[in-house]
Write a protein that binds this ligand. Structure first.
Ligand code: F6P
Length: 321
């Protein structure tokens, strides 16, 4: 292969720049040219392509966001949009496309490959860590650190006022961030979408912690839990009368300089994505598991479910005694 294209798509994640850098530098090392696509699949169907050299990605490994910009494209969901994108790739003599993103982005790459035969490699980039086929996704570690920093600060004020803090972390359909933050932040309870735990469990938990003489309580709720943090807080306030505050951390979890684990993961997977194309692989996501680099068919990454760590779930409960 002589030329590959790279884009970032969907929600940005800290470490995406490190992944772009790894793609560009690995390709350059192997004598392959790189075309950067701006604004994800939106930019691809509009023809926003440009050559990217090794020096263009200098000073980016530590930067949050994505230098290629990103978008959630509606046009790409139409065959006409994908046809236009495939045409631009042909015009630019691109031999393969590397898609850095989450499940929505992998859907986009999968259809491009199926309909137009473009070799596509996925690189998992999402803070949600909800892709089957890799232990972790790029951005996840940083998001957990950011959320944890906020939880520690909220704990200070919560304990001083002897209040209940119900804190919502991101995770549209997944509780990975919530579970890690609950254990690392010493939370009393955690609510995640993967579990049908009723909000009444929160009432029991705060009553219990007040009875044990705890000064404040921290409850972590994943965004995807029905009703989110507000539903949990409303139930606590209504049933116990304890002073309760809600804090929704939101998009702050998507920004910031990537922590070392994300930079290293992004560097390894960016590198692996170029070698995957050189080896003739297509329609797979490169991931990292216990044995090293893994290759998972794109479709499996969203069709199979990556379970949350049940051990962590239990641990959070045990340690809140
Ligand atoms: O997929 C990552 C994520 O941050 C989810 O946790 C969240 O539900 C969603 O993106 C938010 O999307 P948007 O940036 O479009 O509001």
């Amino acid at each position: 292969i002589k030329r590959v294209a790279v884009l970032t798509s969907g929600g940005d994640a800290p470490g995406m720049n490190a992944a772009i850098r790894a793609v560009v530098r690995t390709a350059t090392f192997e004598g392959i040219e790189v075309v950067g696509v701006r604004r994800g699949f939106s930019g691809l169907h509009r023809g926003e392509l440009h050559l990217l050299g090794a020096r263009d990605v200098a000073n980016t490994i530590q930067r949050g966001g994505t230098i290629l910009l990103t978008a959630r494209s509606h046009t790409w969901r139409t065959p006409e949009g994908r046809e236009r994108g495939a045409r631009h790739l042909r015009e630019w003599n691109v031999d393969g496309l590397i898609v850095i993103g989450g499940d929505g982005s992998f859907h986009g790459g999968h259809f491009l490959q199926q309909e137009h035969g473009v070799p596509v490699i996925g690189v998992p980039g999402t803070i949600d860590n909800d892709l089957y086929g890799t232990d972790h996704t790029i951005g996840y570690f940083t998001a957990v650190e950011t959320a944890l920093d906020a939880v520690d600060k909220l704990r200070d004020t919560g304990a001083s006022h002897e209040r209940i803090f119900v804190i919502e972390v991101m995770g549209r359909h997944a509780g990975h961030i919530a579970l890690d933050v609950a254990v690392a932040g010493g939370a009393e309870e955690v609510f995640i979408p993967e579990d049908g735990k009723p909000v009444s469990d929160a009432i029991a938990a705060v009553k219990d912690s007040v009875a044990k003489g705890k000064l404040g309580s921290i409850i972590i709720v994943a965004e995807g839990y029905p009703g989110g943090a507000q539903a949990v807080a409303d139930a606590i306030q209504a049933e116990t009368g304890y002073e309760t505050r809600v804090s929704i951390l939101g998009h702050i979890q998507r920004g910031g300089s990537p922590v070392s684990s994300d930079r290293i993961l992004a560097s390894r997977l960016g590198e692996a994505s170029v070698y995957a194309l050189m080896e003739g692989r297509s329609n797979v996501m490169v991931g990292r598991g216990a044995g090293g680099i893994t290759y998972t068919p794109l479709q499996e990454t969203w069709e199979k479910r990556k379970d949350v760590s049940r051990d962590l779930y239990r641990c959070a409960k045990t340690l809140s005694v």
